[in-house]
Ligand binder design. Sequence first.
Ligand code: HEM
Ligand code: FPP
Length: 283
Amino acid sequence: MVIHDYLSLTKPKVISLLLVTTLAAMFITGEGVPSISLIFWTLLGGYLAAGGAGAINCAFDADIDINMGRTSRRPVPSGRIPPLNAFIFGLLLSLLSVGVLYTFTTPLATLISTVGIIYYALFYTRWLKRSTWQNIVIGGGAGALPPLVGWTAVTGELSLAAILLMVIVFYWTPPHFWTLALVKQKDYARAGVPMLPVVAGERETRWQILVYSVMLVAISFLLTPLGVMGWLYLGFAALLGAIFIRSAWAVWQQGDAQAIWGLYKYSLLYLALLFVAMVVDRV
Ligand code: HEM
Ligand SMILES: CC(C)=CCC/C(C)=C/CC/C(C)=C/COP(=O)(O)OP(=O)(O)O
């Protein structure tokens, strides 16, 4: 179905987790529970922005996607949607996101979201992804912006706490993605994308995953001593973080497919639950 194909260009599952981080940030600014209408417009604007950027990514990435089992059946590489149509669709969603966020939230939230679109759709997709194994580390900066959009939609300004939320998602991204890259490394090699396992090998990748996981968990703890979150949050962060490090350790030590998939799947649950824990602590 054509509508289904266009919807899939927006990568809805990925966006759902991005929006969890946006929504959670809106609840913990210290300005109380946000209004339903502000929540609605911020999430709609966030969906349009990330979805628009995703569609532009699909238009530009067709040559890579056609070479990978996971992505070859997407609408553009399989010929169901011409790249130009995907690009225009993405551009329209992106422009709409600017209108929605600017009208109903704050100028700073609009600016950060627009930077996110350009970062992912152009900087990461056109250049980073194809040129360096640091693509994921640097590219993680785009995925780390949605909490800032949520925060600034409510407050109109940045703060240390908001930056810390960004840093958490930033350090989360390499373990999240490199696990998948380990499993799919042959695909990436065939497509000519310099992902870490292709460039530096499995052992180095498993080590880097462990290093980033430890840094992620350590940073997640900082919110309590810095006065942003309370002890309840710290308890959740410790429990969730212990499981994360145990899973990353298993990837480092054993490195079998079961351990790798386990960490990949858990990384998604971890991020969602950590941000829910922030809301629970605050509300
Ligand atoms: C540079 C940054 C990132 C890269 C390169 C990346 C890459 C990927 C890839 C390749 C997949 C597999 C998708 C598929 O099977 O079609 C994936 C899955 C996923 N990613 Fe990321 N990701 C990044 C950041 C993020 C961020 C910041 C979030 C949300 C906070 C996120 C949320 C998800 C979710 C929810 C899935 C599962 C989707 C599914 O089951 O279909 N990712 N990611
Ligand atoms: C504030 C704002 C609008 C931020 C945008 C953030 C955003 C949409 C980040 C997406 C990160 C992501 C899913 C990368 C996928 O990599 P890939 O495209 O290399 O994966 P693929 O192999 O599945 O295509």
